[in-house]
Design a protein around this ligand. Structure first.
Ligand SMILES: [Cu+2]
Length: 149
């Protein structure tokens, strides 16, 4: 009879252990799902924000080894645009089209190119309304489009 009791207790403990294990797994899965769902909704919110494209009065465009970021932006007329070179090499920002740079040179401080060494930045004011392209003259496929409105 003792052996039978011990056997029942062992089975009960094993059953309880399995139950708790499954519970904790479900809990983990649920919390992971919740996290991914909330991340998705954040992404949706972010993309909604960028697609509505509110014009800002201060804009920073950062250059890394992958090019300009963001690659499109909207800024209010007379807004301040800051170019930031976060790459480890010199960049020369030029107004489109390359190589003549006859576009809107407000963005390049009225120069043929705006040269920025690694870690350097420069703020310019964009007064003229319209859509203007800029590129890295040393790597012309890296470009950015700025709408001034
Ligand atoms: Cu150029």
């Amino acid at each position: 009879l003792k052996n039978l009791l011990v056997g029942v207790v062992v089975i009960a403990v094993l059953a309880l252990g399995t139950f708790l294990l499954i519970q904790s797994k479900n809990f983990k899965n649920n919390s992971e799902k919740k996290v991914s769902v909330s991340q998705n909704s954040n992404n949706v919110t972010d993309s909604n924000k960028s697609s509505s494209a509110e014009a800002v009065s201060e804009l920073t465009i950062t250059y890394t080894k992958d090019g300009f970021s963001p690659e499109t932006a909207v800024i209010k007329a007379n807004g301040k645009l800051t170019w930031m070179n976060s790459s480890d090499s010199e960049i020369q920002i030029g107004a489109d089209p390359h190589p003549s740079h006859t576009g809107n040179r407000e963005g390049t401080d009225e120069s043929f190119v705006l040269t920025l060494g690694p870690g350097e930045s420069k703020t310019v004011t964009l007064e003229k309304k319209g859509t203007f392209g800029y590129h890295n003259h040393l790597s012309p496929s890296n470009s950015v489009t700025i709408e001034v409105k």
